[in-house]
Ligand binder design. Structure first.
Ligand code: ATP
Length: 369
Protein backbone atom coordinates (compact mmCIF):
# COMPACT_ATOMS: atom_id res chain seq x y z
CA UNK A 1 0.00 0.00 0.00
CA UNK A 2 1.15 3.49 -0.71
CA UNK A 3 0.15 7.03 -1.25
CA UNK A 4 -0.12 8.30 -4.81
CA UNK A 5 0.97 11.88 -5.38
CA UNK A 6 0.35 13.84 -8.58
CA UNK A 7 2.23 17.11 -8.92
CA UNK A 8 1.60 19.57 -11.74
CA UNK A 9 0.53 16.67 -13.91
CA UNK A 10 -0.26 17.55 -17.53
CA UNK A 11 -0.95 15.78 -20.80
CA UNK A 12 -1.00 17.09 -24.33
CA UNK A 13 -1.67 14.54 -27.06
CA UNK A 14 0.27 14.62 -30.32
CA UNK A 15 -2.57 16.38 -32.13
CA UNK A 16 -2.40 19.25 -29.62
CA UNK A 17 -5.40 18.15 -27.50
CA UNK A 18 -4.84 19.21 -23.89
CA UNK A 19 -6.38 16.41 -21.86
CA UNK A 20 -5.04 17.26 -18.37
CA UNK A 21 -3.67 20.56 -17.04
CA UNK A 22 -1.68 21.10 -13.83
CA UNK A 23 -3.32 18.35 -11.80
CA UNK A 24 -2.26 18.27 -8.14
CA UNK A 25 -3.61 15.50 -5.92
CA UNK A 26 -2.36 13.64 -2.89
CA UNK A 27 -4.13 10.33 -2.56
CA UNK A 28 -3.44 9.07 0.93
CA UNK A 29 -2.35 5.58 1.88
CA UNK A 30 -5.48 3.40 1.92
CA UNK A 31 -7.73 6.16 0.63
CA UNK A 32 -10.51 5.67 -1.92
CA UNK A 33 -10.36 8.65 -4.26
CA UNK A 34 -12.86 9.06 -7.09
CA UNK A 35 -12.07 11.15 -10.17
CA UNK A 36 -15.36 12.28 -11.64
CA UNK A 37 -16.43 14.55 -14.47
CA UNK A 38 -18.29 14.60 -17.77
CA UNK A 39 -17.11 12.70 -20.82
CA UNK A 40 -13.82 14.04 -22.16
CA UNK A 41 -12.78 15.88 -18.98
CA UNK A 42 -9.48 14.02 -18.81
CA UNK A 43 -10.11 11.59 -15.98
CA UNK A 44 -9.13 8.46 -17.93
CA UNK A 45 -5.99 10.16 -19.21
CA UNK A 46 -5.04 11.07 -15.63
CA UNK A 47 -5.56 7.47 -14.50
CA UNK A 48 -3.56 6.10 -17.43
CA UNK A 49 -0.67 8.37 -16.54
CA UNK A 50 -0.70 6.95 -13.01
CA UNK A 51 -0.80 3.44 -14.47
CA UNK A 52 2.07 4.11 -16.86
CA UNK A 53 -0.08 3.52 -19.94
CA UNK A 54 0.26 7.11 -21.11
CA UNK A 55 3.36 9.26 -21.45
CA UNK A 56 3.42 12.19 -19.02
CA UNK A 57 3.86 15.59 -20.71
CA UNK A 58 4.41 17.67 -17.56
CA UNK A 59 4.71 17.10 -13.84
CA UNK A 60 5.33 14.00 -11.77
CA UNK A 61 3.65 10.88 -10.40
CA UNK A 62 4.93 9.35 -7.17
CA UNK A 63 3.73 5.98 -5.92
CA UNK A 64 4.91 5.41 -2.40
CA UNK A 65 8.14 7.34 -2.17
CA UNK A 66 9.12 6.51 -5.72
CA UNK A 67 9.04 8.84 -8.71
CA UNK A 68 7.54 6.63 -11.40
CA UNK A 69 7.45 8.88 -14.49
CA UNK A 70 9.95 6.67 -16.27
CA UNK A 71 9.02 3.36 -14.63
CA UNK A 72 7.28 0.98 -17.06
CA UNK A 73 3.69 0.08 -16.24
CA UNK A 74 4.47 -3.52 -15.24
CA UNK A 75 6.99 -2.35 -12.66
CA UNK A 76 4.71 0.17 -10.95
CA UNK A 77 3.03 -2.42 -8.75
CA UNK A 78 -0.48 -1.13 -9.48
CA UNK A 79 -3.47 -3.20 -10.61
CA UNK A 80 -5.97 -1.87 -13.11
CA UNK A 81 -9.60 -2.86 -13.47
CA UNK A 82 -11.13 -1.74 -16.76
CA UNK A 83 -14.67 -1.31 -17.96
CA UNK A 84 -14.08 -4.17 -20.42
CA UNK A 85 -12.72 -6.52 -17.67
CA UNK A 86 -10.09 -7.76 -20.17
CA UNK A 87 -10.35 -11.41 -19.06
CA UNK A 88 -8.59 -14.17 -20.98
CA UNK A 89 -11.42 -16.04 -22.72
CA UNK A 90 -9.54 -19.34 -23.01
CA UNK A 91 -8.66 -19.46 -19.30
CA UNK A 92 -11.05 -20.49 -16.56
CA UNK A 93 -11.79 -18.28 -13.57
CA UNK A 94 -9.05 -19.85 -11.47
CA UNK A 95 -6.37 -19.28 -14.10
CA UNK A 96 -7.60 -15.78 -14.87
CA UNK A 97 -7.24 -14.82 -11.22
CA UNK A 98 -3.93 -16.65 -10.90
CA UNK A 99 -2.45 -15.20 -14.11
CA UNK A 100 -0.33 -12.41 -12.59
CA UNK A 101 1.02 -14.71 -9.89
CA UNK A 102 1.89 -17.46 -12.38
CA UNK A 103 3.83 -14.91 -14.44
CA UNK A 104 5.77 -14.02 -11.32
CA UNK A 105 6.54 -17.71 -10.90
CA UNK A 106 5.28 -17.91 -7.32
CA UNK A 107 5.18 -21.41 -5.79
CA UNK A 108 2.05 -23.33 -6.84
CA UNK A 109 0.89 -23.79 -3.26
CA UNK A 110 1.05 -20.08 -2.56
CA UNK A 111 -0.82 -19.25 -5.78
CA UNK A 112 -3.49 -21.77 -4.86
CA UNK A 113 -3.86 -20.37 -1.36
CA UNK A 114 -4.17 -16.76 -2.58
CA UNK A 115 -6.56 -17.53 -5.45
CA UNK A 116 -8.90 -19.49 -3.19
CA UNK A 117 -8.81 -16.82 -0.54
CA UNK A 118 -9.75 -14.09 -3.03
CA UNK A 119 -12.40 -16.29 -4.65
CA UNK A 120 -13.95 -16.75 -1.23
CA UNK A 121 -14.11 -13.00 -0.61
CA UNK A 122 -15.67 -12.42 -4.04
CA UNK A 123 -18.03 -15.40 -3.81
CA UNK A 124 -16.50 -17.03 -6.87
CA UNK A 125 -15.43 -20.33 -5.32
CA UNK A 126 -18.09 -22.42 -7.05
CA UNK A 127 -17.27 -20.85 -10.44
CA UNK A 128 -13.51 -21.41 -10.47
CA UNK A 129 -13.68 -23.97 -13.31
CA UNK A 130 -15.84 -21.88 -15.61
CA UNK A 131 -14.72 -19.93 -18.66
CA UNK A 132 -15.60 -16.21 -18.79
CA UNK A 133 -18.20 -16.74 -21.54
CA UNK A 134 -20.24 -18.85 -19.12
CA UNK A 135 -20.37 -16.14 -16.47
CA UNK A 136 -22.80 -13.29 -15.94
CA UNK A 137 -21.65 -9.69 -16.28
CA UNK A 138 -21.42 -9.28 -12.53
CA UNK A 139 -19.40 -12.47 -12.13
CA UNK A 140 -16.98 -11.40 -14.86
CA UNK A 141 -16.59 -8.10 -13.13
CA UNK A 142 -15.75 -9.92 -9.89
CA UNK A 143 -13.14 -12.04 -11.66
CA UNK A 144 -11.52 -8.84 -12.94
CA UNK A 145 -11.53 -7.52 -9.37
CA UNK A 146 -10.10 -10.83 -8.15
CA UNK A 147 -7.23 -10.61 -10.57
CA UNK A 148 -6.39 -7.18 -9.20
CA UNK A 149 -6.77 -8.10 -5.51
CA UNK A 150 -4.75 -11.29 -5.67
CA UNK A 151 -1.63 -9.39 -6.67
CA UNK A 152 -1.77 -7.33 -3.46
CA UNK A 153 -0.60 -4.24 -5.35
CA UNK A 154 0.34 -0.86 -3.89
CA UNK A 155 -2.72 0.71 -5.53
CA UNK A 156 -5.88 -0.15 -7.44
CA UNK A 157 -6.70 1.91 -10.48
CA UNK A 158 -10.26 1.44 -11.72
CA UNK A 159 -11.73 2.92 -14.90
CA UNK A 160 -15.54 2.81 -14.95
CA UNK A 161 -15.54 -0.84 -13.81
CA UNK A 162 -19.32 -0.93 -13.39
CA UNK A 163 -20.53 0.73 -16.56
CA UNK A 164 -21.26 -2.52 -18.43
CA UNK A 165 -23.62 -3.76 -15.74
CA UNK A 166 -27.36 -3.19 -15.53
CA UNK A 167 -28.62 -0.66 -13.00
CA UNK A 168 -29.44 -3.12 -10.22
CA UNK A 169 -26.21 -5.06 -10.46
CA UNK A 170 -24.28 -1.82 -10.58
CA UNK A 171 -25.64 -0.84 -7.18
CA UNK A 172 -24.83 -4.28 -5.74
CA UNK A 173 -21.31 -4.28 -7.13
CA UNK A 174 -20.78 -0.73 -5.96
CA UNK A 175 -21.46 -1.83 -2.41
CA UNK A 176 -19.20 -4.83 -2.85
CA UNK A 177 -16.30 -2.74 -4.16
CA UNK A 178 -16.69 -0.37 -1.21
CA UNK A 179 -16.67 -3.28 1.25
CA UNK A 180 -13.67 -5.00 -0.30
CA UNK A 181 -11.66 -1.81 -0.50
CA UNK A 182 -12.35 -1.06 3.15
CA UNK A 183 -11.49 -4.62 4.11
CA UNK A 184 -8.14 -4.77 2.35
CA UNK A 185 -7.43 -1.04 2.63
CA UNK A 186 -5.62 -0.62 -0.68
CA UNK A 187 -5.14 2.93 -2.00
CA UNK A 188 -7.65 3.24 -4.82
CA UNK A 189 -8.17 5.71 -7.64
CA UNK A 190 -11.52 5.18 -9.31
CA UNK A 191 -12.72 6.94 -12.47
CA UNK A 192 -16.39 7.47 -13.27
CA UNK A 193 -18.69 9.97 -14.96
CA UNK A 194 -21.48 9.01 -12.56
CA UNK A 195 -21.73 11.43 -9.66
CA UNK A 196 -23.84 9.05 -7.57
CA UNK A 197 -21.13 6.41 -7.85
CA UNK A 198 -18.54 9.02 -6.93
CA UNK A 199 -20.47 10.25 -3.90
CA UNK A 200 -21.22 6.77 -2.54
CA UNK A 201 -17.74 5.28 -3.07
CA UNK A 202 -15.23 8.01 -2.44
CA UNK A 203 -13.58 8.94 0.83
CA UNK A 204 -12.87 12.02 -1.26
CA UNK A 205 -14.12 13.03 -4.66
CA UNK A 206 -12.15 15.06 -7.22
CA UNK A 207 -14.29 16.84 -9.82
CA UNK A 208 -12.65 17.58 -13.18
CA UNK A 209 -13.74 19.70 -16.09
CA UNK A 210 -11.89 20.19 -19.36
CA UNK A 211 -8.71 18.74 -17.92
CA UNK A 212 -8.74 20.99 -14.86
CA UNK A 213 -9.44 19.95 -11.27
CA UNK A 214 -12.36 22.00 -9.95
CA UNK A 215 -12.68 20.81 -6.36
CA UNK A 216 -11.59 17.91 -4.22
CA UNK A 217 -13.05 16.96 -0.87
CA UNK A 218 -15.25 14.55 1.06
CA UNK A 219 -18.60 13.94 -0.70
CA UNK A 220 -20.61 15.91 1.83
CA UNK A 221 -18.36 18.93 1.49
CA UNK A 222 -18.81 18.96 -2.28
CA UNK A 223 -22.53 18.67 -1.81
CA UNK A 224 -22.83 21.38 0.83
CA UNK A 225 -20.23 23.83 -0.43
CA UNK A 226 -19.60 23.48 -4.16
CA UNK A 227 -16.93 26.04 -5.04
CA UNK A 228 -18.30 27.03 -8.42
CA UNK A 229 -21.32 26.73 -10.67
CA UNK A 230 -19.94 23.72 -12.48
CA UNK A 231 -19.55 21.63 -9.31
CA UNK A 232 -22.88 22.94 -8.02
CA UNK A 233 -24.63 21.70 -11.16
CA UNK A 234 -22.71 18.44 -11.43
CA UNK A 235 -23.00 17.07 -7.89
CA UNK A 236 -26.44 16.04 -6.61
CA UNK A 237 -29.44 14.24 -8.04
CA UNK A 238 -31.89 15.85 -8.60
CA UNK A 239 -29.53 18.70 -9.34
CA UNK A 240 -29.15 21.91 -7.42
CA UNK A 241 -31.54 24.62 -8.52
CA UNK A 242 -29.55 27.40 -10.12
CA UNK A 243 -31.72 30.45 -10.44
CA UNK A 244 -30.75 33.82 -11.89
CA UNK A 245 -31.61 36.71 -9.59
CA UNK A 246 -30.47 40.18 -8.55
CA UNK A 247 -28.73 40.71 -5.24
CA UNK A 248 -30.04 43.70 -3.27
CA UNK A 249 -29.14 45.20 0.06
CA UNK A 250 -31.59 46.98 2.29
CA UNK A 251 -30.90 48.06 5.88
CA UNK A 252 -27.98 45.65 6.09
CA UNK A 253 -30.12 42.75 4.98
CA UNK A 254 -29.51 40.97 1.71
CA UNK A 255 -32.25 39.97 -0.68
CA UNK A 256 -32.37 38.08 -3.92
CA UNK A 257 -34.93 39.44 -6.31
CA UNK A 258 -36.56 37.16 -8.79
CA UNK A 259 -39.31 38.18 -11.22
CA UNK A 260 -41.90 39.47 -8.78
CA UNK A 261 -40.70 38.21 -5.42
CA UNK A 262 -37.75 39.00 -3.23
CA UNK A 263 -36.37 36.45 -0.83
CA UNK A 264 -34.37 37.27 2.26
CA UNK A 265 -30.98 35.61 2.59
CA UNK A 266 -30.35 34.31 6.08
CA UNK A 267 -27.36 35.62 7.99
CA UNK A 268 -25.75 32.21 7.87
CA UNK A 269 -25.49 32.31 4.08
CA UNK A 270 -23.60 35.57 4.25
CA UNK A 271 -21.27 34.67 7.07
CA UNK A 272 -17.67 34.43 5.98
CA UNK A 273 -18.40 35.86 2.55
CA UNK A 274 -17.38 39.51 2.77
CA UNK A 275 -16.91 39.77 -0.98
CA UNK A 276 -20.59 39.18 -1.59
CA UNK A 277 -21.18 42.89 -1.01
CA UNK A 278 -19.55 43.72 -4.34
CA UNK A 279 -22.33 41.88 -6.16
CA UNK A 280 -25.09 44.09 -4.78
CA UNK A 281 -27.21 45.43 -7.61
CA UNK A 282 -25.85 42.79 -10.00
CA UNK A 283 -27.13 39.58 -11.48
CA UNK A 284 -26.10 36.53 -9.50
CA UNK A 285 -26.98 32.86 -9.60
CA UNK A 286 -28.57 31.46 -6.46
CA UNK A 287 -27.94 27.79 -5.81
CA UNK A 288 -30.55 26.00 -3.72
CA UNK A 289 -30.68 22.28 -3.07
CA UNK A 290 -34.17 20.88 -3.76
CA UNK A 291 -34.56 19.58 -0.21
CA UNK A 292 -33.70 23.03 1.13
CA UNK A 293 -36.77 24.68 -0.29
CA UNK A 294 -39.08 24.26 2.64
CA UNK A 295 -42.71 24.36 1.80
CA UNK A 296 -44.46 25.91 4.74
CA UNK A 297 -48.14 26.72 4.83
CA UNK A 298 -48.68 30.09 3.21
CA UNK A 299 -50.11 31.52 6.43
CA UNK A 300 -46.94 30.63 8.36
CA UNK A 301 -44.61 32.32 5.92
CA UNK A 302 -42.74 35.38 7.07
CA UNK A 303 -41.63 38.41 5.13
CA UNK A 304 -39.13 37.49 2.47
CA UNK A 305 -40.11 33.85 2.33
CA UNK A 306 -42.79 33.69 -0.29
CA UNK A 307 -42.04 32.74 -3.84
CA UNK A 308 -45.16 32.91 -5.94
CA UNK A 309 -44.92 29.97 -8.23
CA UNK A 310 -47.36 27.30 -9.20
CA UNK A 311 -46.19 23.73 -9.52
CA UNK A 312 -46.33 22.64 -13.12
CA UNK A 313 -44.91 19.15 -12.97
CA UNK A 314 -45.00 16.40 -10.38
CA UNK A 315 -42.83 13.32 -10.66
CA UNK A 316 -43.63 10.48 -8.25
CA UNK A 317 -40.50 8.38 -7.78
CA UNK A 318 -41.58 6.04 -5.02
CA UNK A 319 -39.76 7.24 -1.92
CA UNK A 320 -39.58 10.83 -3.18
CA UNK A 321 -41.91 13.05 -5.10
CA UNK A 322 -40.29 15.80 -7.12
CA UNK A 323 -42.38 18.89 -7.57
CA UNK A 324 -41.26 21.37 -10.23
CA UNK A 325 -41.96 25.08 -9.93
CA UNK A 326 -41.13 27.41 -12.81
CA UNK A 327 -39.08 30.23 -11.32
CA UNK A 328 -37.13 31.90 -14.03
CA UNK A 329 -35.12 29.23 -15.86
CA UNK A 330 -34.34 26.48 -14.92
CA UNK A 331 -37.27 25.51 -12.74
CA UNK A 332 -37.00 25.16 -9.01
CA UNK A 333 -37.46 21.63 -7.76
CA UNK A 334 -38.38 20.65 -4.26
CA UNK A 335 -38.53 17.13 -2.94
CA UNK A 336 -39.81 17.78 0.55
CA UNK A 337 -43.34 16.73 -0.07
CA UNK A 338 -44.87 16.08 3.33
CA UNK A 339 -45.65 19.73 3.90
CA UNK A 340 -47.00 20.05 0.40
CA UNK A 341 -49.33 17.18 1.08
CA UNK A 342 -50.41 18.79 4.33
CA UNK A 343 -51.07 22.10 2.56
CA UNK A 344 -53.11 20.32 -0.01
CA UNK A 345 -55.02 18.59 2.80
CA UNK A 346 -54.75 15.19 1.22
CA UNK A 347 -52.45 12.21 0.85
CA UNK A 348 -53.11 12.11 -2.84
CA UNK A 349 -50.11 14.27 -3.56
CA UNK A 350 -49.18 13.71 -7.17
CA UNK A 351 -52.46 15.13 -8.41
CA UNK A 352 -53.24 17.80 -5.84
CA UNK A 353 -49.72 19.22 -5.48
CA UNK A 354 -50.19 20.81 -8.85
CA UNK A 355 -51.16 24.35 -8.09
CA UNK A 356 -49.53 24.47 -4.65
CA UNK A 357 -47.76 27.74 -3.95
CA UNK A 358 -44.10 27.40 -3.07
CA UNK A 359 -42.99 29.11 0.09
CA UNK A 360 -39.23 29.38 0.14
CA UNK A 361 -37.11 29.62 3.22
CA UNK A 362 -33.46 29.47 2.27
CA UNK A 363 -31.28 27.16 4.29
CA UNK A 364 -27.69 27.94 5.32
CA UNK A 365 -26.67 25.79 2.38
CA UNK A 366 -27.91 28.33 -0.13
CA UNK A 367 -25.02 29.46 -2.34
CA UNK A 368 -24.51 32.63 -4.32
CA UNK A 369 -22.37 32.61 -7.48
P1 ATP B 1 -14.71 9.52 -21.02
O1 ATP B 1 -15.51 9.44 -19.76
O2 ATP B 1 -15.56 9.83 -22.23
O3 ATP B 1 -13.78 8.35 -21.22
P2 ATP B 1 -12.58 11.12 -19.96
O4 ATP B 1 -12.96 12.16 -18.99
O5 ATP B 1 -12.01 9.88 -19.40
O6 ATP B 1 -13.78 10.82 -20.91
P3 ATP B 1 -10.21 11.27 -21.58
O7 ATP B 1 -10.45 9.96 -22.23
O8 ATP B 1 -9.13 11.37 -20.59
O9 ATP B 1 -11.54 11.83 -20.93
O10 ATP B 1 -9.97 12.35 -22.72
C1 ATP B 1 -9.67 13.71 -22.44
C2 ATP B 1 -9.50 14.47 -23.74
O11 ATP B 1 -8.37 13.97 -24.46
C3 ATP B 1 -10.68 14.34 -24.68
O12 ATP B 1 -10.87 15.57 -25.33
C4 ATP B 1 -10.25 13.28 -25.65
O13 ATP B 1 -10.88 13.46 -26.90
C5 ATP B 1 -8.76 13.52 -25.73
N1 ATP B 1 -8.01 12.31 -26.06
C6 ATP B 1 -8.04 11.13 -25.39
N2 ATP B 1 -7.17 10.25 -25.95
C7 ATP B 1 -6.58 10.88 -26.99
C8 ATP B 1 -5.59 10.51 -27.97
N3 ATP B 1 -5.03 9.30 -27.97
N4 ATP B 1 -5.25 11.44 -28.90
C9 ATP B 1 -5.80 12.67 -28.90
N5 ATP B 1 -6.72 13.08 -28.00
C10 ATP B 1 -7.12 12.21 -27.06
Amino acid sequence: MAEVVLTGLGKAYGDGTRAVTDLNLEIRDGEFLVLVGPSGCGKTTALRMIAGLEQITEGTVHIGEQLVNDVPSRDRDVAMVFQSYALYPHLNVYDNIAFGLTLRKLPKSEIDHRVREVAEVLELTEHLDRKPRNLSGGQRQRVAMGRAIVRAPQAFLMDEPLSNLDAKLRVQMRAQIARIQREIGVTTVYVTHDQTEAMTLGDRVAVMRRGVLQQVGPPQELYDRPVNLFVAGFIGSPGMNLVSARLDENDGRYWVSLDSDALLLPESVLRGRPRLRQYVGREVVVGIRPEDMEDTALADAREGEILHSVADLVEAMGSDVLVHFPVDVPPVVTDDTRELAKDAGTDDLPRTAKGTVLVGRFSPRTRIY
